[in-house]
Design a protein around this ligand. Structure first.
Ligand SMILES: NC(=O)c1ccc[n+]([C@@H]2O[C@H](COP(=O)([O-])OP(=O)(O)OC[C@H]3O[C@@H](n4cnc5c(N)ncnc54)[C@H](OP(=O)(O)O)[C@@H]3O)[C@@H](O)[C@H]2O)c1
Length: 296
């Protein structure tokens, strides 16, 4: 024992080392951290004890700034990748470019991405999906349908007592609660159970805009109506609001798909991951809109 080592001191130092390693938690980067899904996901991950780095422009990170992206992914083990509407593909690819050292990426995509007949509406998310699938990283791709929270766009009409614009005719969506998307993302980030899986995330039931508005009417306790907007009226209105012709074409294609029944899809993927049924639109409305009743 010339060095003064005994078996017990070596064993004790090993315990100390193991203890230290236990405290070094893998870092999860959450992009879109202040948005619809991210604002639910960050607290979920934090409650589970995960080490979270929140990324949005408000935190000083920008998809458009390569240096800030490198800072965002530095030391990161796992990434939640959510790129805002518009430059989605460009932002996904910019993040993946600097994230080749990470172990796993959980990407928010959209329902029907890559399916035949959905070429135009796939253009935002397909490049990011393809880049992930052809990379050496582990991945989970989440393809949500129409968010329940899109109904917040109707608040001005609801508050003014005007009809809610309806772009989908009688077409229906399997409206999904963004809190369920966040909960599924948390499972995919925190466990390896969903690696290399693609999930289509929907709520439990198909709803037309009129049916959603009827539910809001019941929750708010005031009569509400809808007004059908034709594709031509929608084009004129979106162009008048300053949207680019390409964005208008994209939106109109989405409306057409729903109008023709192309988004009448309900899956059991939320329940498969969470072990409970997805929230209903009524659940979301009760939880979200009660606070707004006074203003409406
Ligand atoms: N809404 C739906 O029905 C639906 C359906 C299917 C799929 N999706 C997909 O879901 C995703 C979320 O869409 P959302 O409309 O709900 O957006 P969101 O998550 O509410 O907002 C976008 C988030 O990204 C951040 N962000 C925006 N530009 C950024 C930039 N240049 N650099 C860094 N961060 C930036 C924003 O924060 P800062 O402003 O602070 O930067 C915010 O946290 C999109 O990819 C969309 O295609 C939506």
């Amino acid at each position: 024992m010339s060095q003064g080592f005994t078996f017990s001191t070596i064993a004790e130092s090993s315990y100390v080392l193991i203890g230290l390693l236990d405290t070094v938690k893998p870092m999860i980067l959450v992009t879109g951290a202040t948005g619809t899904i991210g604002s639910h996901l960050v607290p979920l991950l934090a409650e589970s004890g995960a080490d979270v780095r929140a990324m949005s422009r408000r935190q000083g990170f920008d998809f458009e700034d390569a240096e800030s992206l490198k800072r965002a992914v530095d030391g990161v083990d796992t990434v939640f990748l959510l790129s805002a509407p518009g430059k989605t593909a460009e932002h996904d690819l910019a993040l993946l470019e600097v994230a080749q050292h990470v172990r796993k990426v959980v990407k928010i995509s959209a329902i029907h991405t890559g399916e035949p007949g959905f070429e135009l509406t796939s253009s935002w998310h397909l490049p990011g999906e393809q880049a992930l699938r052809s990379s050496d990283l582990m991945w989970t791709i989440l393809r949500p349908t129409t968010f329940a929270s899109n109904a917040l766009a109707w608040l001005p009409q609801i508050q003014a007592g005007e009809p809610v614009p309806s772009y989908y005719g009688d077409g229906t969506n399997g409206v999904v609660d963004p809190r369920d998307i966040a909960a599924v993302a948390a499972k995919a980030l925190l466990t390896d159970d969903h690696d290399n899986q693609t999930y289509t995330l929907t709520g439990p039931e198909l709803l037309s805009t009129a049916q959603q508005v009827d539910i809001l009417s019941e929750v708010l306790g005031k009569p509400l109506t809808t007004m059908d907007i034709s594709p031509e009226q929608a084009r004129t209105s979106m162009l008048a609001q300053g949207m680019s012709p390409d964005s208008v074409d994209f939106m109109l294609k989405g409306f057409e798909i729903v109008r023709n029944g192309g988004n009448a899809v309900v899956t059991d993927h939320v329940e498969h991951v969470l072990g409970r049924p997805p929230a209903t639109f009524r659940n979301w409305a009760q939880d979200t809109l009660n606070t707004l009743t006074a203003k409406s």
